[in-house]
Design a protein around this ligand. Structure first.
Ligand SMILES: [Zn+2]
Length: 381
């Protein structure tokens, strides 16, 4: 069995090749979807591996790299699952596993959180064209602080400025204002786009098909950069009042599950999320969705890294030390090099997938049992 640390690839192209090889070896059906055919990004693809039953009774879908640079860690978890299966791990009996590799391959390949148009794809899944407008009231006031029109500088007191804004507005308010998504500043952080991006359209067009008509599905969307170091939380698209929250607690453990918009917690309210779109549009299935968020560094360090990389992207030159520093700090913030962190996230990532499979298989056998009981009582009569 491959060491956990070997599962982490140094570049997108290598991660993708290993994903394809491992998927083939595991006997998966593979698809490649170029995000921008015929352009300089023509070789960048979303890869989809499907395993298991052709007419599955349940399906678990796992997405990596919706936020490009987070793909390094998500890809490692997907590769770990495929490798484990090839080495005798439990096959998806009666069900299907769908692994979607690098939803944002551009950001993965170029070390960005956003896509080829600086779009945060997890703010891009809006229902109507005219909803791609505006920004939270506080964002415009913060624009100059978040998105200075100059390359990053080592001399700048980012921390002090950030702490001043936090003191003034409070961290929850700032999180919502900043990270919730905006549609007004195309070069700014957390820009949600002007229309559905290529990755968004591909996902929307194919997701139902990839699930193979399974009546019950769970989607695990892998993210990093928010929360306590090496720990994960499962952020829901459901408010605490929803009767469905109990299902998630049973399936994944109450201590891991965090319903929507709890200001004290890890999450914040965001618009245009993949999960929000999926739970309302996948009507042929009972779809459950979790954002599996793995923590790395304190929020200020992560925000500082995002801000510096964005400045380097728009106002810096690629061959400078400042740009290289910004890229490597961004990578560190979303996929730390620390072997202990990497080991932990792979173990926990596999455990989340296993719990999703177990929850769905259990429901399936409970359903079969009750069907058998029904038949029996009919015969008795
Ligand atoms: Zn993310």
């Amino acid at each position: 069995m491959m060491s956990r640390l070997d599962l982490f690839s140094p570049r997108y192209e290598i991660a993708r090749r290993r994903f394809r090889d491992a998927a083939n070896e595991a006997g998966a059906t593979l698809e490649h979807h170029p995000i921008d055919p015929g352009t300089e990004n023509g070789d960048l693809t979303i890869d989809v591996a499907t395993l298991g039953h052709a007419k599955p009774r349940w399906a678990v879908v796992v997405t990596s790299g919706l936020h490009g640079v987070e793909g390094f860690f998500g890809s490692a978890i997907q590769l770990a699952w495929l490798t484990r299966l090839t080495n005798g791990g439990p096959p998806p009996a009666g069900g299907a596993i769908v692994l979607i590799h690098a939803v944002n391959p551009y950001g993965f390949a170029r070390l960005r959180r956003t896509n080829e148009d600086n779009v945060d794809l997890n703010r891009n899944f809006l229902d109507t064209r005219d909803s791609y407008t505006g920004a939270p009231a506080g964002y415009a006031a913060l624009d100059l602080f978040l998105n200075p029109a100059s390359p990053p500088s080592l001399l700048e007191p980012f921390r002090l400025k950030a702490l001043w804004h936090i003191k003034r507005n409070g961290l929850p308010m700032l999180k919502n204002t900043v990270a919730g998504g905006q549609y007004r500043f195309p070069q700014g952080l957390f820009f949600g786009g002007r229309e559905p991006a290529s990755s968004t359209r591909i996902t929307q067009q194919h997701l139902a098909g990839w699930l193979g008509g399974a009546p019950r599905t769970v989607h695990v969307d892998l993210h990093s950069g928010l929360g306590a170091y090496g720990q994960y939380r499962l952020l829901l698209e459901e408010s605490a009042a929803s009767p469905r929250v109990e299902w998630y607690r049973d399936a994944f453990g109450a201590e891991r599950v965090e319903p929507l918009a709890d200001a004290s917690g890890t999450s914040y309210t965001a618009s245009g999320t993949l999960g929000g779109w999926a739970v309302t549009h996948l009507t042929g299935t009972r779809h459950r969705f979790v954002n599996a968020e793995f923590g790395t560094y304190p929020i200020l360090r992560v925000l500082g890294a995002l801000r510096a990389e964005n400045r380097a992207h728009f106002f810096g030159r690629p061959d400078t030390g400042a740009t290289r520093r910004a890229k490597s700090e961004l990578l560190e913030c979303f996929c730390p090099h620390d072997g202990r962190w990497r080991q932990l996230v792979v173990e926990q990532g596999l455990a989340i997938i296993d719990r999703a499979v177990r929850a769905l298989s259990k429901e399936q056998s409970a359903k079969l049992d009750s069907a058998t009981d029904e038949n029996k009582s009919r015969i008795d009569r």
